[in-house]
Design a protein around this ligand. Structure first.
Ligand SMILES: Cc1cc2nc3c(=O)[nH]c(=O)nc-3n(C[C@H](O)[C@H](O)[C@H](O)COP(=O)(O)OP(=O)(O)OC[C@H]3O[C@@H](n4cnc5c(N)ncnc54)[C@H](O)[C@@H]3O)c2cc1C
Length: 439
């Protein structure tokens, strides 16, 4: 079938196989020369596609055990984050690190080592994985943790499916007092104020900023910053205290068709940005977890707004010391290009863990662009800025990066390749992305 990532670019015809159990998975691995696992296809580019054999394991979706004393949850790789939340939040447990959508699988979160709005304090998702069961290319299943097969454990968390199949994992959940977030909204006028606001928010568990990517001159880098804490029961308004763990029931809308390319242009995005900024009200509010963490999940198939040709998400991280200069350069080029980025998100990350895991200490900026030749040219220009500032691009968002930037950006690549080669000497696990990047 034709497959793509969430960005709907590129699209490729792939043979999709759905092994029903571990035995079938093993037989498939032994008989196929080249495979990749696909979670729920929420990575943007081409890491979850292999034309020869793309293995879907969404059917492996059982919870195996939960210990309410320690918060340790063991689940199969195809479990959706949405199901984890809806099962465990009513019992007072939340996922310790979450991406901006709940439509991802446990396997996909580990393979991309996803980060959330709390990376500066909590690290990435892999930091909360106690152990995982990995099926290697030869069909053996190894338990990996900090004390068993440590190198393989490190390479798999962020390894984009290239070390083997993550069959199941044990995750340490986070105890919370409610399903609500105490959110504080801060509006800034330029990049200096934005960075100062992030630095002053270090004590907050969650921070994230929406940046106006079309603002120029003195307004360059202005943002609306949202910081948040899990609300304690006594902080909830009286009408919510009886049911502190309510599961959000939002009305989900669907984008009914692909919008024509001209619908998103410099003027419409500019108008959206102006309205968004004007509507943001500085101050504190109690909001439900779904609106705080997953605003985009309220619009099903929002990826259709970029039209039939799809879009590219560009997410880079720059080391802290180079961030001010590098972000100014990137934002100036984007604003000048007129290639409007509809969603521009800025976060401050803490130290990373190495190998292929994306986070490093510094600012990460994510921008969306329609998949057009003009955008591809602009992104090549941005690559040069990222490279010059010692940054890197997030593999879970990538559809086009070149080998040089990958090698410059990921200092742990040699270590990753040596662990991967030992685990999979014939290079059975491979995706369109790994092929493009010579991995
Ligand atoms: C709206 C939106 C917001 C997002 N926000 C964030 C964010 O804030 N932070 C962030 O870090 N990411 C974010 N992402 C990216 C997303 O979290 C990651 O791409 C995640 O990996 C997607 O999970 P998936 O189950 O859909 O995996 P897929 O996209 O299907 O696969 C991703 C990678 O994981 C591998 N993989 C999947 N399952 C397994 C398995 N069982 N064993 C081995 N390898 C496997 C695949 O081979 C592939 O390389 C966002 C994506 C969207 C669409």
């Amino acid at each position: 079938m034709m497959l793509s990532g969430w960005g709907r670019f590129p699209r490729t015809d792939c043979r999709v196989l759905a092994p029903r159990d571990m035995a079938e998975l093993r037989t498939t691995l032994l008989s196929e020369p080249s495979v990749i696992v696909r979670g729920n296809g929420r990575s943007y580019g081409d890491p979850a596609m292999n034309p020869n054999a793309t293995l879907t394991l969404r059917q492996a979706d059982r919870f195996k055990s939960f210990d309410p004393a320690s918060g340790l949850l063991e689940a199969e790789c195809g479990v959706l984050l949405q199901d984890i939340i809806e099962t465990f939040l009513p019992r007072g447990w939340f996922i310790p690190v979450t991406p901006g959508t709940k439509f991802v699988t446990l396997g996909g979160m580990i393979a991309a080592d996803v980060h959330g709005k709390n990376h500066h304090g909590a690290g990435s998702f892999g930091d909360h994985v106690e152990s995982l069961e990995l099926m290697l290319a030869d069909g053996r299943v190894l338990r990996c943790s900090n004390s068993e097969n440590r190198e393989l454990f490190d390479a798999t968390r962020g390894g984009m499916g290239l070390t083997g199949v993550i069959c199941s994992a044990v995750v340490r959940m986070l105890k919370v007092e409610s399903s609500y977030i105490r959110q504080e909204t801060v509006c800034t006028r330029d990049l200096a104020e934005t960075m100062a606001a992030f630095e002053q928010s270090h004590g907050w568990t969650y921070t994230v900023a929406w940046v106006d990517s079309l603002a120029t001159g003195r307004g360059l880098g202005k943002c609306v910053l949202y910081r948040g804490e899990h609300a304690r029961k006594e902080e909830l308004p009286a009408n919510k205290r009886d049911e502190p763990f309510a599961i959000a029931q939002r009305r989900v809308k669907t984008v009914p068709f692909e919008l024509p390319r001209f619908a998103l242009n410099r003027w419409t995005v500019s108008l959206f940005n102006a309205l968004y900024y004007a509507a943001a009200t500085p101050g504190t509010a109690i909001v439900d977890y779904d609106s705080y963490f997953y605003p985009l999940d309220a619009i099903m198939e929002w990826n259709r707004i970029y039209g039939r040709t799809g879009f590219l998400q560009y997410q880079c991280v720059l080391p802290t010391a180079a961030s001010r200069h590098g972000l100014t350069e990137i934002m100036t080029r984007v604003a000048r290009s007129g290639t409007a980025s509809f969603l521009s998100v800025l976060k401050l990350l803490g130290p990373g863990r190495g190998m292929l895991s994306f986070p490093m200490e510094g600012y990460t900026l994510a921008l969306d662009f329609p998949a057009t030749p003009a955008s591809l040219l602009l992104l090549t220009e941005l690559d040069a800025v990222v490279e010059a500032h010692g940054g890197r691009i997030y593999l879970a968002k990538d559809a086009r990066m070149g080998t040089t930037l990958l090698r410059q950006g990921y200092g742990g690549l040699d270590a990753f390749e040596s662990v991967r080669h030992a685990a999979d000497p014939s290079g059975k696990f491979g995706s369109l992305q790994s092929e493009r990047l010579g991995l």
